[in-house]
Ligand binder design. Structure first.
Ligand SMILES: *Cc1c(COP(=O)(O)O)cnc(C)c1O
Length: 481
């Protein structure tokens, strides 16, 4: 299995193996990595896979993407990742071993629970595997990595909980001082592992992000301190997410003759990109329902063919904050497939994006081909979230978070009697307490392990918006002086 860039040519020299792209971010030409061709699953494989546990299924699916880690080693890494201990936050102890239990709300409409990991959001599903893969590959090469990132909430905590205590890895995570939810702050800052460094920047998220960019733009510093990233464009994260589409499909259907729809709360297009890959592999997904919040760049594209990223100043701050994006960083992967995998077309389109513009495919054959890819979309607002959270609580006695509510709102619009629909639950309500209180007048329950985390001692370095100060801090920690 070789990987190519969405902007490159498929010549032998630019082909990479899985472990070669594991620790990197963008391809050198600025594109994103994708398999040279999607591995296909046969009907016989689907029949065999239906009865597998999550870890067994993950091995089977990931083996199709990873052929440069020996299968015994891959199995050990996967087995250590997908356990009832890691994905059992106490919500339903009897089902913790299922990793991603399916909860039917009513016949034909279910929630696929992806938030049972340590940080209560779906990003744990992939990030926990990434932590174990990184540690394994670095140990084999005798290398170290210093992960640098900025977070507005879920990504940073998922990365820290995945990398804590891992050999050869340090994490430097910038967050906007005082701007994340109290729960998110407590979750990150209460980690006291020696390899985790929280940096709270006196500024907004974009300023933290700009510092990260500035540090990465210093090639000397980047090489000297072996900087790496774990952002959502990392291919291994997408690959790990493919697994739960298979698991959800088997849980939601009785036979491999049925088709199933998935509704996915979307921001950077990472989660739903994995659904697209699963469908391209041959999983009988009948519909991929993309849900956005008020930041609706993706909904606009799927309805009109126009992709028009907004400036950060035009990005709304909403009550489903993990979907507050102005540019969907994984979207290029889908467009590569949509334009027949022609890197010249992607280069041309993203040339316009990188220059601050957009593109319009409405009058092209690509847009006419869109229905073949099974995508539909919709958007949800703050009022929709409140109404959906309320309705789900009253009708089913189930409390959902704000992002999942966006997904469910659009799922209900797109649902048909012929095809069951699973909404991907992307976080637990405990993470977004204020909006739950606004919707329901009561506080969400918390998994026992997170009870009282606000009162734990914290380890966080507060800094001004100053890239040089961040560099000095990293240098001091790495050199131990
Ligand atoms: C990250 C995140 C999303 C968006 O996922 P993408 O992969 O960026 O589309 C949705 N909901 C929650 C809770 C998240 O943390």
């Amino acid at each position: 299995m070789f990987y190519i860039s969405t902007r490159g040519d498929a010549g032998a020299s630019s082909r990479k193996t899985f472990t070669e792209i594991l620790l990197g971010g963008l391809a050198p030409d600025g594109g994103l990595y994708l398999p040279e061709s999607y591995p296909r699953v046969t009907r016989a494989e689907l029949d065999r896979w239906r009865g597998l546990s999550y870890a067994e299924l993950a091995c089977a699916v990931l083996a199709k993407f990873i052929d440069d880690i020996p299968s015994g080693a891959l199995k050990a890494l996967v087995d250590k990742t997908y356990t009832a201990e890691v994905y059992g936050n106490g919500r339903d102890p009897a089902r913790a071993g299922e990793i991603t239990p399916l909860r039917w709300l009513e016949p034909g409409l279910g929630l696929l629970e992806l938030s049972n990991g340590p940080t209560l959001a779906f990003k744990d599903m992939a990030m926990q595997l990434l932590g174990n893969l990184f540690e394994y590959v670095l140990a084999n090469r005798g290398e170290e990595i210093n992960i640098l990132g900025a977070t507005s909430g879920d990504t940073g905590s998922a990365a820290e909980y995945a990398m804590r205590g891992k050999r050869g890895i340090r994490v430097f995570m910038l967050s906007p001082h005082g701007r994340m939810s109290a729960f998110q702050r407590a979750q990150m800052y209460s980690l006291r592992d020696a390899n985790i460094f929280n940096i709270a920047v006196r500024g907004v998220f974009d300023e933290a992000q700009d510092i990260v960019k500035a540090v990465f733009n210093d090639p000397g510093f980047k090489a000297r301190y072996r900087l790496g990233a774990v952002n959502s464009i990392n291919w291994a994260r997408v690959a790990a997410q493919v697994v739960y589409y298979f698991k959800g499909y088997f849980a939601g259907t009785r036979s491999n003759d049925e088709r199933l729809a998935f509704a996915v709360p979307s921001g950077n297009f990472g989660n739903i990109c994995a659904g697209h890959v699963a469908r391209m592999m041959g999983l009988p997904i009948g519909k991929l329902v993309l849900a956005t919040n008020e930041n609706d760049v993706l909904d606009e594209f799927f309805r009109t063919g126009v992709y028009r990223p907004r400036g950060t100043a035009d990005t709304w701050t909403t009550t489903s904050p993990s979907m507050d994006i102005s540019k969907a960083s994984n979207f290029e992967r889908f467009v590569f497939d949509l334009v027949g995998r022609d890197p010249a077309v992607v280069r041309e389109l993203w040339g316009r994006i990188d220059a601050g513009g957009g593109f319009d495919l409405a009058a092209t054959p690509y847009f006419s081909a869109l229905p073949e890819f099974a995508f539909v979309s919709g958007k949800s607002t703050h009022a929709d979230r409140l109404a959906t959270i309320r309705r789900t609580w009253e009708k089913y006695g189930v409390m959902i978070d704000t992002h999942t509510a966006d997904g469910l709102k659009v799922a209900l619009e797109q649902r048909t009697a012929q095809m069951p629909m699973l909404v991907l639950e992307t976080a637990l309500p405990a993470k977004f307490e204020d909006t739950i209180v606004e919707a329901l007048g009561r506080r969400p329950e918390r998994p026992a392990a997170t009870e009282g985390i606000e009162n734990l001692p914290r380890r966080v370095e507060v800094m001004d918006v100053d890239a040089d100060a961040v560099k000095r801090f990293i240098a001091r920690q790495v050199e131990g002086v």
